[in-house]
Design a protein around this ligand. Structure first.
Ligand SMILES: [Zn+2]
Length: 475
């Protein structure tokens, strides 16, 4: 029979791995000395199984050759596995494999057990060789475990419930940390929902059960998704700078579920909780961790004043509507000039602010109140900060600006928590930073449809989980 020409070096997977030695040339050799690329080509033609154990004899006296089964095993990169056969099918290359060990293991407890029966063959998706998709096929045994009952055996290349090999899943999770889910799906040839499912499963296995131990300083914040229709509550460990818990919702009960998971012993160790001025969270902390000092995030406190300035501005716009006076003109496009920090103002905004100062006393008073509150929180000495805050509250109450009277009442109510910031300098900045990261995650994934998928992604990207993706070692 006339043999098909062997592909040039650099084409086949084995060639890509550099495993076809110089002896891979076919010229002047008999059929039994075919290269792996030759044999694979033949199998494509006939669509039959390549039996294990085919080997090339030594070509020359000094030239070492490698068994094809060994080549494939090395290419698969999975230890404790034996290659039985290889074949090409419509969706890629399928390698029949089996575990190297003789006696099966229970997939639940890891004990060596007796075989019960055999399941039908299954396929696991493995890392692709370039454009060629690769699958492992094996009919796993079911074992009769004295401890766990009848279960499928543990295979060395995958988790018990997965249809993907561990290396493939590791790569999916690594890519999901770095890029959009749709890009991952395209790159690896899987559905984007599968990316989410793989991440969820990996997190359920990898989440460090000790992450809730030794918590002392924590931060609580909520994160919205699906256009602010749904929320998750995120708890961070300020000392280790990572997310330790994520729960669905933003109510007091959500935070109570965190305290339930923490248990009374570990809750008693909490010293500080940073949070925004959410009454639901405050009530939950008061109830479950009364010993922990509540530290209200300075930026949330300042936001109260910023919102009040905006409210005053809107009131003024309404009052001056349809009037063509200098006062009304000054209000146009004044929003950012009033809300931005003074040192961030552009020249145009500075002149706008000066215009407001000259034409609208009420609004300029609101602006000064906002800035005064911010400078009060800059104090390092708690006593001076307290004095400033007291003066500020009495000024706000007398300001005849209704939004600021309200802010003064709120700050009076939460005064100790606001001053706790001056003492501890703790902010929710870490949570906010993580929130920005997770916002990016949700945007990248075109919005998460379930809180569970988002929670898994937050743990994956901000939970301090280390992955070992099969990446090449830098040369
Ligand atoms: Zn078992």
């Amino acid at each position: 029979m006339r043999r098909r020409p062997a592909p040039s070096r650099g084409e086949g997977p084995a060639a890509a791995a550099g495993l076809l030695g110089e002896g891979g040339e076919k010229d002047g050799r008999c059929g039994c000395h075919s290269t792996m690329a030759d044999i694979l080509e033949k199998r494509v033609e006939r669509r039959t199984v390549l039996p294990v154990g085919l080997s090339c004899e030594k070509q020359t006296r000094n030239e070492e050759t490698v068994r094809i089964a060994t080549v494939l095993r090395k290419l698969l990169g999975v230890t404790s596995l034996l290659v039985k056969a290889v074949m090409f099918e419509a969706k890629g290359m399928v390698v029949n494999v089996r575990p190297r060990w003789r006696n099966p293991w229970c997939s639940r407890c890891g004990k060596v057990c007796t075989a019960y029966d055999r399941c039908p063959p299954r396929k696991w998706r493995h890392l692709a060789y370039g454009r060629l998709l690769l699958w492992l096929r094996y009919a796993p045994l079911r074992v009769d475990c004295p401890r766990c009952g009848i279960h499928v055996e543990q295979v060395p290349w995958a988790s018990p419930s997965s249809r993907f090999t561990s290396e493939f899943e590791e790569l999916v999770a690594y890519y999901a940390q770095q890029m959009a889910k749709t890009a991952v799906a395209k790159l690896l040839g899987i559905d984007w929902r599968t990316v989410g499912a793989i991440v969820e499963r990996l997190i359920s296995e990898r989440l460090d059960p000790k992450r809730l131990d030794d918590l002392t300083v924590i931060g609580v914040d909520e994160l919205s998704f699906r256009r602010r229709h749904n929320y998750v509550t995120v708890v961070v460990d300020h000392l280790r700078k990572r997310v330790v818990w994520v729960g669905e919702g933003k109510s007091g009960d959500t935070l109570r579920a965190f305290f339930d998971a923490l248990g009374p012993e570990r809750t008693a160790k909490l010293t500080h909780v940073t949070m925004d001025l959410s009454s639901a969270f405050i009530a939950a902390v008061d109830e479950r961790a009364p010993q922990a000092e509540k530290v209200f995030d300075r930026f949330h406190v300042q936001r109260l004043a910023s919102d009040a300035v905006d409210e005053v501005r809107r009131d003024e716009v309404r009052r001056l509507a349809n009037r063509n006076t200098g006062e009304a003109t000054a209000l146009k496009q004044s929003r950012w000039a009033l809300l931005k920090k003074p040192w961030n103002l552009e020249l145009r905004e500075e002149s706008k602010l000066a215009e407001v100062q000259q034409t609208n006393k009420r609004l300029y008073r609101a602006y000064l109140l906002k800035e005064s509150l911010a400078s009060g929180l800059d104090y390092r000495q708690p006593a001076r900060a307290e004095r400033h805050l007291d003066n500020w509250m009495s000024w706000a109450r007398r300001s005849r600006l209704r939004p600021f009277v309200r802010v003064a009442k709120t700050i009076q109510r939460f005064k100790q928590g606001v001053l706790a910031y001056v003492r501890t300098r703790l902010t929710n900045g870490l949570v906010e930073g993580l929130n920005n990261k997770t916002r990016l995650i949700t945007r990248r994934a075109f919005g998460f449809h379930s809180a569970r998928a988002l929670m898994a992604m937050i743990h994956l990207c901000c939970g301090g989980i280390t992955l070992a993706p099969p990446l090449p070692v830098p040369t």
